[in-house]
Write a protein that binds this ligand. Structure first.
Ligand code: SF4
Length: 377
């Protein structure tokens, strides 16, 4: 999906950059809007079919640019409506994207990096290390592929995707510019037209970039907390040593205060038996979040080989949740979806049970050098 042969891949141009591109060609602003619609709403990759543009303009665009789509190497649709794709990106690595339909919404979990440098102790993505940032085209390409899977190219797409969460592989705030450009496309009416409330960035707590984020965009925020005190969080989420909980929560509150509406942060908390799921942890968590408008998403850990952590019993999970509810928090337990296709979207749906089996299956199916991995938990 990156640029080759000096051709510009229009798939990865944000609305502002698309306007600048057409301005350079001496064209008016509305051409950018037309192009965004052709690409992101109609899924039209062929300039010749863009009949509302003049023939000379189409010919010029064919010379200097392209619409290079992601290469889908594996896709699977679950009985419960969950869909999953593995896409190959430049360099031979693969990224996963998962779509999860619910009663009143369809959520897409999108990756921002290949691998991750933050090395959270319970995350298999962290264990594989960091490879590289995804380009804008590679990030928005995940949304494109999912959106287009519901219709034929050239047809105007239905809005099956109502929510996007940047909770896939990687820490989105460490790929700041590309992630912001991609989220601008998600929210642009000429592209995916998602409400800013329905585009969520999930961070493990890169505090300075949280400040910067609030200056440039007003998407919803999720914070991967996973521990209620610094001693424990230092072990689970090592970036905490740099930006401890107090700073993280203060940055979260500042971000929420910058938003033009009254929105809550989502607090992601993966429950691991005997590690962070005791009642005293729930008490500490309630104290830490006392002044933060939030809803708490509890994710029972799904073990993967050599993870070293266990999923708590349902009773322990309910006990934790009920304590938070008794303190007037909104606390929900994330259920796993798409089990029949191993639809893992780390912080979103929990970790698949047997990643080795899954990786083998993918390697056999697409002959990738590297096993594709989901994200975070
Ligand atoms: S949990 Fe998220 S931030 Fe931590 S290592 Fe995994 S992908 Fe990176």
């Amino acid at each position: 999906m990156s640029e080759t042969n000096q051709k510009i891949n229009l798939l990865g141009l944000s609305p502002a950059k698309m306007e600048a591109f057409f301005a350079d060609l001496g064209e008016k602003k509305f051409r950018a809007q037309q192009m965004l619609k052709w690409i992101h709403q109609y899924g039209e990759p062929n300039f010749d079919n863009m009949t509302n543009m003049s023939k000379p303009l189409r010919a010029r665009m064919s010379e200097i640019c392209e619409i290079r789509l992601p290469e889908v190497v594996y896709e699977d649709f679950s009985k419960d409506g969950t869909r999953k794709w593995v896409m190959r990106v430049d360099g031979g690595s693969a990224i996963e994207t998962v779509y999860i339909p619910e009663k009143d919404r369809g959520t897409l979990c999108v990756s921002s990096q290949i691998g991750c440098s933050l090395d959270c102790s319970f995350c298999s993505t962290g264990k594989q290390g960091f490879n590289r940032d995804l380009s804008v085209a590679e990030i928005i390409g995940q949304v494109y592929v999912a959106a287009m899977s519901f219709h034929e190219p050239g047809e105007r797409r239905e809005r099956k995707i109502t929510n996007v969460v940047m909770m896939g592989m990687g820490e989105p705030l460490l790929n700041f510019d590309n992630v912001v450009d991609a989220m601008q496309l998600m929210m642009d009416d000429n592209a995916y037209g998602l409400s800013k409330r329905r585009v969520t960035l999930s961070t493990s707590g890169v505090v300075p970039m949280m400040e910067k984020l609030g200056d440039v965009i007003d998407v919803s925020l999720a914070v991967s907390l996973h521990a209620p005190n610094d001693e424990l969080r230092n072990q689970l989420v090592p970036i905490n040593k740099k930006y401890p909980i107090k700073e993280l929560i203060a940055a979260t509150n500042r971000y929420l205060n910058k938003l033009p509406d009254r929105r809550k942060a989502t607090i992601e908390y993966t429950l691991m038996e005997g590690v962070n799921d005791e009642l005293e942890h729930a008490e500490q968590l309630a104290e830490v979040l006392r002044d933060t408008p939030c809803k708490i998403n509890l994710i029972p850990f799904n073990p993967f080989p050599n993870s070293g952590y266990k999923r708590p019993s349902n009773n322990r999970v309910y006990r934790f949740r009920d304590y938070l509810i008794s303190k007037n928090f909104i606390a929900t337990i994330r259920s796993t979806r798409g089990d029949d296709i191993d639809a893992a979207c780390g912080q979103l749906v929990g970790r698949v049970e047997d990643r080795t089996r899954r990786s083998e299956r993918y390697i056999n199916a697409v002959q990738l050098d590297d096993s594709p991995r989901g994200n975070s938990v």
